[in-house]
Design a protein around this ligand. Structure first.
Ligand SMILES: [Zn+2]
Length: 214
């Protein structure tokens, strides 16, 4: 072995949000369901959701099709109610941890609907939405938490996010996601760990607040 030869192993590029609001580590699936945020809106909130189509079934293209207005509503009886529905999210994290992006962060995705946080209504105006492929009735995958960790850290760096909440917290009585199986404690610990051990990123004291304290 030539010890003088520097061998560069393949280094994964750090995750980032580019100037256009895209995460290059996410597969881009541009959705037509977006518009502009109000002038002066500060992106201060991160909203965690779950979604599965049909409910409780994972894989397939139905979620992506929904966000791209390409869902065949005849494909499953439960899809009938989605006829004409125009919704989106900024990000979707699939069961295997793959991240897809539908709307640039700087634009307004249509994920929260009628909602309110700390007296501010219409949370789409000032939030980023992350959908986890999942349901209210079963645990999420470790790969999803790891992708969520990476994505959250770059979003915190790119945007003045001060709070992380579930959809259920900003639309109580109407929405139940991400539901009881989303592990807020694990999520927060992953963020704190990264902030403490990966030099960089985010000082621990700058981490956003969570709906539930550890
Ligand atoms: Zn939701």
């Amino acid at each position: 072995m030539n010890r003088n030869k520097l061998v560069l192993h393949s280094v994964q590029p750090a995750w980032m949000i580019d100037a256009g609001g895209h995460c290059p580590q996410a597969e881009q699936k541009p959705s037509p369901n977006y518009d502009h945020r109000p002038d002066g809106a500060e992106i201060s909130l991160l909203v965690i959701h779950n979604i599965s189509l049909p409910a409780g079934q994972f894989g397939g293209s139905a979620i992506t099709d929904l966000f791209l207005n390409q869902l065949d509503v005849t494909a499953h009886p439960s899809f009938t109610s989605l006829q004409g529905v125009r919704v989106s999210t900024h990000f979707l994290i699939r069961r295997d941890g793959q991240v897809l992006q539908f709307v640039p962060v700087n634009l307004r995705a249509w994920h929260a609907g009628v909602s309110s946080f700390q007296g501010q209504s219409a949370c789409n105006n000032f939030s980023v939405g992350i959908e986890l492929e999942g349901s209210d009735h079963q645990a999420f995958e470790e790969a999803q938490y790891l992708s969520l960790q990476k994505l959250t850290l770059v979003l915190i760096q790119a945007c003045p996010i001060r709070h992380i909440v579930g959809h259920q917290d900003i639309a109580p009585g109407r929405k139940t996601d991400p539901g009881p199986f989303f592990n807020w404690k694990q999520y927060k610990e992953l963020l704190v760990h990264a902030a403490q051990h990966e030099s960089m990123l985010v000082p621990t004291h700058a981490l956003p607040s969570f709906p539930f304290m550890l």
